[in-house]
Design a protein around this ligand. Structure first.
Ligand SMILES: [Zn+2]
Length: 56
């Protein structure tokens, strides 16, 4: 899929993946604070854009 890349400054092909990232720096809370993120990687320059999914 094609998205705008901040690094390239234009629309480029991107590879999109979903990741669960731990936001808490407290190990005892880590398993309760994993949040889904959408990570798109520019196939032209390799720049990664990470968007939090549940930011409503
Ligand atoms: Zn790029």
């Amino acid at each position: 899929m094609t998205e705008d890349c901040n690094a390239c400054g234009r629309d480029t092909p991107h590879k999109v993946a979903l990741k669960l990232l731990t936001e808490s720096d407290k190990p005892e809370n880590a398993k309760f604070s994993r949040e889904p993120y959408r990570v798109s990687t520019c196939m032209n320059c390799g720049h990664e854009t990470t968007l939090r999914m549940n930011n409503a």
